[in-house]
Design a binder for this molecule. Sequence first.
Ligand code: PHE
Length: 391
Amino acid sequence: MKPTFQLPRRGFLAVLATAIALATGCKPSGESGGGAAGTGTIKIGEFASLTGTEAAFGQSSHKGTQLAIEEINQSGGLLGRKLEHLTEDNRSTAGESATIVKKFISREKVVAVLGEVASGRSLEAGPICQAAGIPMVSPSSTNPKVTEIGDHVFRVCFIDPFQGKLLADFAKRTLKARKVAILSDVSAPYSVGLADFFRQRFIAEGGEVVVEQKYASKDKDFRAQLTAIKAAAPDAIFVPGYYTEAGLIVAQARQLGLAVPLFGGDGWEAPELIQIAGEALQGTYYSTHYSPEAKSTEVRSFVKAFQARFNGETPDAMAALGYDSAMVLADAIKRAGSTDGSKVRDALAATKDFPCVTGKTTLDASRNATKAAVIITVKDGKFSYLETVEP
Ligand code: PHE
Protein backbone atom coordinates (compact mmCIF):
# COMPACT_ATOMS: atom_id res chain seq x y z
CA MET A 1 0.00 0.00 0.00
CA LYS A 2 1.06 3.54 -0.66
CA PRO A 3 1.35 5.67 2.46
CA THR A 4 -1.76 7.76 3.06
CA PHE A 5 -1.72 11.15 1.47
CA GLN A 6 -0.51 13.94 3.65
CA LEU A 7 -1.13 17.53 2.80
CA PRO A 8 2.19 19.31 3.06
CA ARG A 9 2.33 21.79 5.86
CA ARG A 10 1.92 24.89 3.78
CA GLY A 11 -0.94 23.34 1.78
CA PHE A 12 -2.52 22.22 5.00
CA LEU A 13 -2.38 25.73 6.43
CA ALA A 14 -3.88 27.16 3.26
CA VAL A 15 -6.70 24.64 3.41
CA LEU A 16 -7.19 25.38 7.09
CA ALA A 17 -7.30 29.13 6.46
CA THR A 18 -9.82 28.52 3.70
CA ALA A 19 -11.92 26.32 5.97
CA ILE A 20 -11.93 28.99 8.66
CA ALA A 21 -12.75 31.67 6.12
CA LEU A 22 -15.64 29.61 4.79
CA ALA A 23 -16.94 28.80 8.25
CA THR A 24 -16.90 32.42 9.32
CA GLY A 25 -17.89 33.84 5.97
CA CYS A 26 -14.74 35.97 5.91
CA LYS A 27 -11.89 36.07 3.48
CA PRO A 28 -8.51 35.29 4.97
CA SER A 29 -7.03 38.68 5.84
CA GLY A 30 -4.42 40.43 3.77
CA GLU A 31 -5.54 39.01 0.44
CA SER A 32 -7.22 40.72 -2.38
CA GLY A 33 -8.10 37.75 -4.54
CA GLY A 34 -7.83 37.84 -8.27
CA GLY A 35 -8.71 41.37 -9.29
CA ALA A 36 -6.50 42.80 -12.02
CA ALA A 37 -5.33 45.56 -9.72
CA GLY A 38 -4.91 43.17 -6.79
CA THR A 39 -2.01 43.53 -4.43
CA GLY A 40 -2.34 40.40 -2.27
CA THR A 41 -1.58 36.86 -3.32
CA ILE A 42 -2.58 35.48 -6.70
CA LYS A 43 -4.94 32.62 -5.94
CA ILE A 44 -4.88 29.47 -8.03
CA GLY A 45 -7.51 26.80 -7.28
CA GLU A 46 -6.65 23.15 -7.87
CA PHE A 47 -9.34 20.47 -7.69
CA ALA A 48 -8.10 16.88 -7.53
CA SER A 49 -8.99 13.29 -6.61
CA LEU A 50 -6.82 13.08 -3.49
CA THR A 51 -8.87 10.17 -2.12
CA GLY A 52 -11.23 7.55 -3.60
CA THR A 53 -10.94 5.25 -6.62
CA GLU A 54 -8.59 7.52 -8.59
CA ALA A 55 -6.59 8.81 -5.62
CA ALA A 56 -3.29 7.99 -7.32
CA PHE A 57 -4.14 10.49 -10.08
CA GLY A 58 -4.91 13.37 -7.73
CA GLN A 59 -2.03 12.76 -5.36
CA SER A 60 0.52 12.62 -8.12
CA SER A 61 -0.84 15.53 -10.08
CA HIS A 62 -1.08 17.57 -6.89
CA LYS A 63 2.56 17.02 -6.02
CA GLY A 64 3.67 18.15 -9.47
CA THR A 65 1.46 21.24 -9.26
CA GLN A 66 2.72 22.04 -5.79
CA LEU A 67 6.37 21.73 -6.83
CA ALA A 68 5.81 24.17 -9.70
CA ILE A 69 4.08 26.73 -7.50
CA GLU A 70 6.78 26.48 -4.83
CA GLU A 71 9.48 27.00 -7.45
CA ILE A 72 7.67 30.05 -8.83
CA ASN A 73 7.28 31.54 -5.37
CA GLN A 74 10.92 30.85 -4.52
CA SER A 75 11.95 32.84 -7.55
CA GLY A 76 9.84 35.80 -6.49
CA GLY A 77 6.29 34.91 -7.59
CA LEU A 78 4.50 36.60 -10.47
CA LEU A 79 3.87 40.29 -11.15
CA GLY A 80 5.55 41.05 -7.83
CA ARG A 81 3.04 38.90 -5.94
CA LYS A 82 3.18 35.42 -4.42
CA LEU A 83 0.99 32.61 -5.69
CA GLU A 84 -1.44 31.07 -3.25
CA HIS A 85 -2.22 27.44 -4.06
CA LEU A 86 -5.64 26.27 -2.90
CA THR A 87 -6.26 22.53 -3.23
CA GLU A 88 -9.52 20.67 -2.64
CA ASP A 89 -10.28 16.96 -2.82
CA ASN A 90 -13.28 15.80 -4.88
CA ARG A 91 -12.89 12.28 -3.43
CA SER A 92 -13.14 10.81 -6.98
CA THR A 93 -16.85 11.45 -6.62
CA ALA A 94 -19.25 12.88 -9.21
CA GLY A 95 -20.69 16.27 -8.31
CA GLU A 96 -17.85 17.32 -5.99
CA SER A 97 -15.72 19.00 -8.65
CA ALA A 98 -18.52 21.37 -9.59
CA THR A 99 -19.09 22.34 -5.94
CA ILE A 100 -15.38 22.95 -5.35
CA VAL A 101 -14.88 25.05 -8.45
CA LYS A 102 -17.96 27.18 -7.72
CA LYS A 103 -16.54 27.90 -4.29
CA PHE A 104 -13.09 28.68 -5.71
CA ILE A 105 -14.60 31.23 -8.05
CA SER A 106 -17.29 32.88 -5.97
CA ARG A 107 -15.71 32.86 -2.51
CA GLU A 108 -12.00 32.63 -3.10
CA LYS A 109 -11.93 34.75 -6.25
CA VAL A 110 -9.28 32.54 -7.82
CA VAL A 111 -7.52 33.86 -10.90
CA ALA A 112 -7.50 30.45 -12.60
CA VAL A 113 -8.35 26.82 -11.98
CA LEU A 114 -6.04 23.79 -12.42
CA GLY A 115 -7.56 20.33 -12.89
CA GLU A 116 -8.45 17.58 -13.37
CA VAL A 117 -6.77 14.37 -14.41
CA ALA A 118 -9.94 12.40 -15.26
CA SER A 119 -11.89 13.77 -18.22
CA GLY A 120 -15.28 13.22 -16.57
CA ARG A 121 -14.36 15.57 -13.74
CA SER A 122 -12.88 18.21 -16.05
CA LEU A 123 -16.14 18.04 -18.02
CA GLU A 124 -17.99 18.76 -14.80
CA ALA A 125 -15.94 21.80 -13.77
CA GLY A 126 -15.21 23.29 -17.19
CA PRO A 127 -18.64 24.83 -17.86
CA ILE A 128 -18.50 26.64 -14.50
CA CYS A 129 -15.11 28.20 -15.29
CA GLN A 130 -16.26 29.04 -18.80
CA ALA A 131 -19.42 30.79 -17.58
CA ALA A 132 -17.45 32.78 -14.99
CA GLY A 133 -14.73 33.83 -17.43
CA ILE A 134 -12.06 32.09 -15.36
CA PRO A 135 -9.42 30.14 -17.28
CA MET A 136 -9.10 26.44 -16.50
CA VAL A 137 -6.08 24.34 -17.43
CA SER A 138 -6.43 20.58 -17.29
CA PRO A 139 -3.11 18.81 -16.86
CA SER A 140 -4.07 15.48 -18.35
CA SER A 141 -7.72 15.04 -19.38
CA THR A 142 -7.51 13.62 -22.88
CA ASN A 143 -11.15 13.42 -24.01
CA PRO A 144 -11.67 15.94 -26.87
CA LYS A 145 -14.92 17.26 -25.36
CA VAL A 146 -13.07 18.87 -22.44
CA THR A 147 -11.69 21.83 -24.37
CA GLU A 148 -14.78 21.95 -26.61
CA ILE A 149 -16.57 23.37 -23.55
CA GLY A 150 -15.38 26.82 -24.55
CA ASP A 151 -12.58 29.30 -25.06
CA HIS A 152 -11.55 29.41 -21.39
CA VAL A 153 -10.74 25.70 -21.11
CA PHE A 154 -7.22 24.51 -22.00
CA ARG A 155 -5.11 21.39 -21.57
CA VAL A 156 -1.38 20.72 -21.74
CA CYS A 157 -1.59 17.09 -22.96
CA PHE A 158 -2.41 15.23 -26.18
CA ILE A 159 -5.97 14.11 -26.89
CA ASP A 160 -7.60 10.70 -27.36
CA PRO A 161 -8.06 10.66 -31.15
CA PHE A 162 -4.23 10.49 -31.18
CA GLN A 163 -4.01 8.04 -28.29
CA GLY A 164 -6.71 5.75 -29.75
CA LYS A 165 -4.97 5.72 -33.11
CA LEU A 166 -1.52 4.98 -31.72
CA LEU A 167 -2.92 2.13 -29.64
CA ALA A 168 -4.68 0.66 -32.69
CA ASP A 169 -1.43 0.85 -34.64
CA PHE A 170 0.47 -0.66 -31.72
CA ALA A 171 -2.00 -3.57 -31.50
CA LYS A 172 -1.67 -4.25 -35.17
CA ARG A 173 2.07 -3.73 -35.68
CA THR A 174 3.69 -4.68 -32.40
CA LEU A 175 1.19 -7.14 -30.91
CA LYS A 176 0.37 -8.48 -34.39
CA ALA A 177 -3.27 -8.65 -33.35
CA ARG A 178 -5.94 -8.99 -36.01
CA LYS A 179 -8.87 -9.79 -33.71
CA VAL A 180 -9.27 -7.61 -30.63
CA ALA A 181 -11.73 -7.56 -27.72
CA ILE A 182 -12.69 -4.27 -26.02
CA LEU A 183 -13.71 -4.01 -22.36
CA SER A 184 -14.63 -0.41 -21.51
CA ASP A 185 -15.97 1.61 -18.59
CA VAL A 186 -19.38 3.07 -19.52
CA SER A 187 -19.29 5.43 -16.54
CA ALA A 188 -16.17 7.28 -17.73
CA PRO A 189 -16.31 9.59 -20.77
CA TYR A 190 -12.58 8.99 -21.12
CA SER A 191 -13.06 5.24 -21.54
CA VAL A 192 -16.01 5.49 -23.92
CA GLY A 193 -14.17 8.02 -26.09
CA LEU A 194 -10.89 6.12 -26.19
CA ALA A 195 -12.73 2.89 -27.13
CA ASP A 196 -14.40 4.77 -30.03
CA PHE A 197 -11.18 6.27 -31.39
CA PHE A 198 -9.38 2.94 -31.09
CA ARG A 199 -12.19 1.00 -32.82
CA GLN A 200 -12.39 3.43 -35.76
CA ARG A 201 -8.71 3.21 -36.49
CA PHE A 202 -8.31 -0.52 -35.86
CA ILE A 203 -11.17 -1.39 -38.22
CA ALA A 204 -10.00 1.11 -40.84
CA GLU A 205 -6.63 -0.65 -40.81
CA GLY A 206 -8.23 -4.03 -41.50
CA GLY A 207 -8.55 -5.28 -37.92
CA GLU A 208 -11.63 -6.83 -36.39
CA VAL A 209 -13.27 -6.12 -33.03
CA VAL A 210 -14.64 -9.57 -32.24
CA VAL A 211 -16.40 -8.74 -28.96
CA GLU A 212 -17.16 -5.66 -26.85
CA GLN A 213 -17.98 -5.86 -23.17
CA LYS A 214 -18.70 -3.12 -20.63
CA TYR A 215 -18.44 -2.35 -16.91
CA ALA A 216 -18.86 0.63 -14.61
CA SER A 217 -16.43 2.31 -12.21
CA LYS A 218 -16.21 0.56 -8.80
CA ASP A 219 -17.17 -2.85 -10.27
CA LYS A 220 -15.03 -5.60 -8.79
CA ASP A 221 -16.01 -8.77 -10.61
CA PHE A 222 -15.34 -8.89 -14.35
CA ARG A 223 -15.53 -12.64 -14.84
CA ALA A 224 -18.79 -12.65 -16.81
CA GLN A 225 -17.38 -10.16 -19.33
CA LEU A 226 -14.04 -11.95 -19.48
CA THR A 227 -15.73 -15.30 -20.05
CA ALA A 228 -17.60 -13.84 -23.04
CA ILE A 229 -14.30 -12.41 -24.28
CA LYS A 230 -12.56 -15.75 -23.93
CA ALA A 231 -15.27 -17.41 -26.03
CA ALA A 232 -14.55 -14.98 -28.88
CA ALA A 233 -10.85 -15.96 -28.89
CA PRO A 234 -9.27 -12.52 -29.50
CA ASP A 235 -5.55 -12.02 -30.16
CA ALA A 236 -5.43 -9.19 -27.58
CA ILE A 237 -7.75 -7.36 -25.16
CA PHE A 238 -8.05 -3.58 -25.06
CA VAL A 239 -9.06 -2.14 -21.67
CA PRO A 240 -9.46 1.65 -21.94
CA GLY A 241 -10.17 2.29 -18.26
CA TYR A 242 -8.62 3.48 -15.01
CA TYR A 243 -6.05 1.53 -12.99
CA THR A 244 -8.30 0.34 -10.14
CA GLU A 245 -10.56 -1.65 -12.44
CA ALA A 246 -7.87 -2.36 -15.07
CA GLY A 247 -5.73 -4.05 -12.40
CA LEU A 248 -8.57 -6.34 -11.35
CA ILE A 249 -9.42 -7.07 -14.98
CA VAL A 250 -5.85 -8.14 -15.75
CA ALA A 251 -5.71 -10.35 -12.64
CA GLN A 252 -9.08 -12.00 -13.35
CA ALA A 253 -8.29 -12.49 -17.06
CA ARG A 254 -5.18 -14.48 -16.12
CA GLN A 255 -7.15 -16.50 -13.54
CA LEU A 256 -9.59 -17.43 -16.30
CA GLY A 257 -6.72 -18.67 -18.43
CA LEU A 258 -6.68 -15.76 -20.88
CA ALA A 259 -3.01 -15.63 -21.85
CA VAL A 260 -3.22 -13.02 -24.66
CA PRO A 261 -1.78 -9.49 -24.21
CA LEU A 262 -3.93 -6.88 -22.46
CA PHE A 263 -3.34 -3.20 -23.11
CA GLY A 264 -4.75 0.18 -22.18
CA GLY A 265 -4.21 3.93 -22.32
CA ASP A 266 -2.92 6.49 -19.83
CA GLY A 267 -5.69 5.58 -17.35
CA TRP A 268 -3.58 2.55 -16.37
CA GLU A 269 -0.77 4.69 -15.03
CA ALA A 270 -0.40 4.35 -11.26
CA PRO A 271 1.91 2.38 -8.96
CA GLU A 272 -1.30 0.83 -7.61
CA LEU A 273 -1.72 -1.09 -10.86
CA ILE A 274 1.23 -3.27 -9.87
CA GLN A 275 -0.04 -3.65 -6.31
CA ILE A 276 -3.43 -4.79 -7.60
CA ALA A 277 -2.42 -7.11 -10.43
CA GLY A 278 1.16 -8.15 -9.56
CA GLU A 279 2.60 -10.90 -11.72
CA ALA A 280 -0.49 -11.01 -13.91
CA LEU A 281 0.79 -7.80 -15.54
CA GLN A 282 3.50 -9.65 -17.44
CA GLY A 283 2.64 -9.11 -21.12
CA THR A 284 0.59 -5.96 -20.67
CA TYR A 285 1.14 -2.50 -22.16
CA TYR A 286 -0.17 1.02 -21.90
CA SER A 287 0.38 4.38 -23.52
CA THR A 288 1.08 7.51 -21.53
CA HIS A 289 2.53 11.02 -21.68
CA TYR A 290 6.10 10.74 -20.49
CA SER A 291 8.73 8.46 -19.09
CA PRO A 292 10.99 9.50 -16.22
CA GLU A 293 13.73 7.60 -18.08
CA ALA A 294 13.73 10.19 -20.90
CA LYS A 295 17.02 12.03 -21.38
CA SER A 296 15.84 15.60 -22.03
CA THR A 297 17.15 18.40 -19.78
CA GLU A 298 13.60 19.25 -18.71
CA VAL A 299 12.83 15.67 -17.64
CA ARG A 300 16.12 15.27 -15.85
CA SER A 301 15.90 18.45 -13.82
CA PHE A 302 12.21 17.83 -13.04
CA VAL A 303 12.87 14.27 -11.80
CA LYS A 304 15.74 15.54 -9.66
CA ALA A 305 13.72 18.38 -8.10
CA PHE A 306 10.70 16.14 -7.54
CA GLN A 307 12.75 13.44 -5.83
CA ALA A 308 14.44 16.01 -3.61
CA ARG A 309 11.05 17.45 -2.62
CA PHE A 310 9.13 14.18 -2.15
CA ASN A 311 11.38 11.66 -0.40
CA GLY A 312 12.96 10.17 -3.48
CA GLU A 313 9.67 9.39 -5.19
CA THR A 314 9.92 9.10 -8.98
CA PRO A 315 7.34 11.33 -10.67
CA ASP A 316 4.86 9.69 -13.06
CA ALA A 317 2.96 11.25 -15.97
CA MET A 318 0.32 12.89 -13.78
CA ALA A 319 3.03 14.55 -11.70
CA ALA A 320 4.82 15.79 -14.82
CA LEU A 321 1.61 17.14 -16.34
CA GLY A 322 0.49 18.70 -13.05
CA TYR A 323 3.81 20.54 -12.98
CA ASP A 324 3.46 21.54 -16.63
CA SER A 325 -0.10 22.83 -16.16
CA ALA A 326 1.00 25.20 -13.40
CA MET A 327 4.08 26.37 -15.32
CA VAL A 328 2.09 27.05 -18.50
CA LEU A 329 -0.47 29.02 -16.48
CA ALA A 330 2.25 31.00 -14.68
CA ASP A 331 3.91 31.84 -17.98
CA ALA A 332 0.57 33.11 -19.29
CA ILE A 333 -0.06 35.30 -16.22
CA LYS A 334 3.42 36.75 -16.64
CA ARG A 335 2.92 37.50 -20.32
CA ALA A 336 -0.56 38.90 -19.64
CA GLY A 337 0.97 41.25 -17.05
CA SER A 338 -2.37 40.91 -15.30
CA THR A 339 -4.58 38.48 -13.43
CA ASP A 340 -7.68 39.52 -15.34
CA GLY A 341 -9.49 36.38 -16.58
CA SER A 342 -9.80 37.41 -20.21
CA LYS A 343 -6.20 38.66 -20.42
CA VAL A 344 -4.87 35.45 -18.89
CA ARG A 345 -7.09 33.49 -21.28
CA ASP A 346 -5.67 35.34 -24.28
CA ALA A 347 -2.13 34.77 -23.07
CA LEU A 348 -2.80 31.06 -22.54
CA ALA A 349 -4.20 30.83 -26.07
CA ALA A 350 -0.94 32.34 -27.36
CA THR A 351 1.27 29.74 -25.61
CA LYS A 352 3.94 28.74 -28.09
CA ASP A 353 6.92 26.36 -27.77
CA PHE A 354 6.86 26.53 -23.99
CA PRO A 355 9.47 24.07 -22.63
CA CYS A 356 7.37 21.63 -20.61
CA VAL A 357 8.61 18.45 -18.94
CA THR A 358 6.33 16.49 -21.28
CA GLY A 359 7.69 18.25 -24.37
CA LYS A 360 7.48 21.62 -26.11
CA THR A 361 3.98 22.95 -25.70
CA THR A 362 2.03 25.01 -28.18
CA LEU A 363 -1.68 25.47 -27.54
CA ASP A 364 -3.58 25.27 -30.82
CA ALA A 365 -6.81 27.00 -31.88
CA SER A 366 -8.78 24.27 -30.05
CA ARG A 367 -6.73 24.89 -26.87
CA ASN A 368 -5.07 21.47 -27.06
CA ALA A 369 -1.43 20.43 -27.14
CA THR A 370 0.21 18.08 -29.62
CA LYS A 371 2.82 15.86 -28.02
CA ALA A 372 4.52 12.51 -28.31
CA ALA A 373 3.27 9.51 -26.33
CA VAL A 374 5.26 6.68 -24.82
CA ILE A 375 4.39 3.03 -24.51
CA ILE A 376 5.19 1.29 -21.27
CA THR A 377 5.23 -2.43 -20.59
CA VAL A 378 5.43 -4.29 -17.31
CA LYS A 379 8.45 -6.52 -16.81
CA ASP A 380 9.19 -8.43 -13.62
CA GLY A 381 6.84 -6.27 -11.60
CA LYS A 382 8.25 -2.97 -12.88
CA PHE A 383 7.10 -0.42 -15.44
CA SER A 384 9.51 -0.33 -18.31
CA TYR A 385 9.76 2.10 -21.25
CA LEU A 386 9.15 0.44 -24.62
CA GLU A 387 8.87 3.12 -27.32
CA THR A 388 8.00 6.71 -28.14
CA VAL A 389 5.27 7.52 -30.64
CA GLU A 390 5.58 10.91 -32.32
CA PRO A 391 2.37 12.74 -33.24
N1 PHE B 1 -6.35 10.89 -19.68
C1 PHE B 1 -7.17 10.38 -18.61
C2 PHE B 1 -8.56 11.00 -18.73
O1 PHE B 1 -8.75 11.86 -19.52
C3 PHE B 1 -6.59 10.68 -17.27
C4 PHE B 1 -5.15 10.31 -17.04
C5 PHE B 1 -4.11 11.12 -17.51
C6 PHE B 1 -4.79 9.19 -16.35
C7 PHE B 1 -2.76 10.79 -17.29
C8 PHE B 1 -3.47 8.86 -16.13
C9 PHE B 1 -2.43 9.65 -16.64
O2 PHE B 1 -9.47 10.68 -18.08
